[in-house]
Design a protein around this ligand. Structure first.
Ligand code: FES
Length: 109
């Protein structure tokens, strides 16, 4: 059995899917992008577009590294910013500890 993490994603239409990381998907954004979850990732992951915005399930928020300043700044410009749950998925590195993560895709900007 693969030890690559599986995460649960709630799409914008409310549909829930379980996705498994594949080799080469180093960030959460890459996993979502490759799985056609409507994550545009216009800047390619350099924290300058906010089109990879997701909401992390409340109980998972403290288990992730906190937002860096650049991520925080960009997200506060989003009209869909949720102070407690918003993250740029490109700024979250995929690792085994993320197994079981639950997130929701934020509305389009
Ligand atoms: S992909 Fe552009 S900010 Fe994440």
């Amino acid at each position: 059995m693969s030890d690559l993490p599986q995460i649960t994603v709630i799409a914008r239409d409310g549909a829930t899917s379980v996705l498994q990381q594949s080799a080469g998907q180093e960030s959460l954004m890459q996993l979502l992008f490759d799985s056609d979850q409507g994550v545009e990732a216009a800047c390619g992951g350099c924290a300058s577009c906010a089109t990879c915005h997701v909401y992390i399930a409340e109980d998972w928020v403290p288990r992730l590294p906190p937002r860096e300043q650049v991520e925080d700044l960009l997200l506060t410009y989003s009209e869909h910013f949720d102070k407690s749950r918003s993250r740029l998925s490109c700024q979250i590195a995929m690792k085994p500890e993320l197994h079981g993560l639950i997130l929701e895709i934020a509305p389009e900007e």
